[in-house]
Structures are given as C-alpha cells and as structure tokens.
Design a protein around this ligand. Structure first.
Ligand SMILES: [Fe+2]
Length: 203
C-alpha cells in the first residue's frame, strides 16, 4: 500500500465540470439558461434537469427535491454569488448583450475587471450569472496580469461601465483594446454607480 501523505496529491488537478442548483422554478430556470447561455436540457424530469451548451454531458444541473424551501435573504447569505460563462471574442460578447437586451434581459452589474469585461445577470432564482470576455483575449496574458498588476491589487472589483456606451463605441469603429482601455479609464461610467455587489433581491 502506498503511503497516504499530503505530498501525494495528484500532479494534474481535475477540471471544473458543472454546477448544480436547487430550484422551485424548474421550467423558468430551464428556459432562462437556454435564452441567456444557450444551455439545452439533455435529460429532464419534474425533479431534475441536466443542461449543456458544449461537448460536456452537462454544465448546469437543476434539482427540485420534495421539501425544498426558498432562501430567506439570498442576496446577503453565503454561497455562490455567480457562475461565469466566457465568449471567445469581444464582438460575440457584445452581440450577446444586445440580443439579451432586446429580449428584455438586462444585467444588474457591468464591470471591467481588467482580466475580463463582464456583465452580470440574475436567473429567475436570483443566482448571479456572469458573461465575460477576456480583457486580453488570451488566458496566459490575463493570468499574468491578475497576478502582477498593481492596478488590480488596488481595485480588484474593477470599473463600472454603461454597456450602451460600449455598443456606441464599437459602432464608432473603436477596437476592443481601445474600448477596454477607455473603460478602465472610467470613460464609460454608468449614470448610477452601484453601492455594492450583493445580489439584488428579485422577489
Ligand atoms: Fe466572476
């Protein structure tokens, strides 16, 4: 028998695969994740749904076991704040914002974190869903930046922006890099800056 020492941890860590939520709004949740993230159910029953939007057998699952209760103060309780999905390009990311806006789905937070530009939505249960594009278009570069940039250490939350100003900037022909830099410089601030990043109560 090999010795079970802490130093025997595996060299290759497992990959993050899926998140499972409990819900009392199964149909609404399935519909919402389909609209917002293109997740489609691969298996569904009254008490559970497994959904994916890529090659994995599921990425988000929903469970509704008997006896389940709503949280009492979700926005201020510990737990998951948001899950995040990433687009490969700025144009795909911004087009998705426009598509959802035209469906009446609007973000409750919009932040340029430096590492990413991110819009945050709430699903029908009030869980956060971040949709992002890498600020550098490159995981190695953004990983280096988050670990070393004083700018990030000074303000890890980032700079708020008005997504409509970003849409306009792109229409004016500005590149992603320029828009990202101008956003970081605070040129596209929203009319009202949110006071905190708690999940708003949605019911
Ligand atoms: Fe995030």
């Amino acid at each position: 028998m090999p010795e079970n020492k802490a130093t025997n941890y595996p060299v290759n860590p497992p990959k993050l695969h899926h998140t499972t939520f409990t819900t009392l709004r199964m149909d609404q949740m399935v519909q919402w994740y389909g609209l917002v993230c293109g997740l489609r159910p691969v298996f569904q029953s009254d008490e559970a749904s497994w959904m994916t939007n890529d090659a994995a057998n599921h990425r988000i699952a929903l469970l509704s076991p008997p006896g389940l209760k709503h949280p009492t103060d979700k926005g201020h309780e510990t737990g998951i704040h948001h899950t995040a999905f990433e687009f490969a390009t700025f144009d795909m990311w911004l087009n998705n914002y426009i598509r959802l806006r035209d469906h009446g789905v609007l973000p409750f937070l919009t932040l340029d974190h430096g590492i990413t530009m991110s819009v945050y939505y709430q699903d029908p249960d009030g869980n956060g869903v971040e949709i992002q594009v890498d600020g550098f278009g490159d995981w190695a570069a953004s990983s280096e930046w988050i670990a070393t940039a004083r700018e990030f250490a000074a303000n890890p939350i980032g700079i708020f922006f008005d997504p409509e100003k970003i849409v306009l900037a792109r229409e004016e022909g500005m590149s992603f890099q320029e828009i990202h830099e101008r956003t970081r410089a605070g040129e596209y601030l929203p009319a009202t800056i949110p006071e905190d990043i708690f999940l708003p109560e949605v019911w």
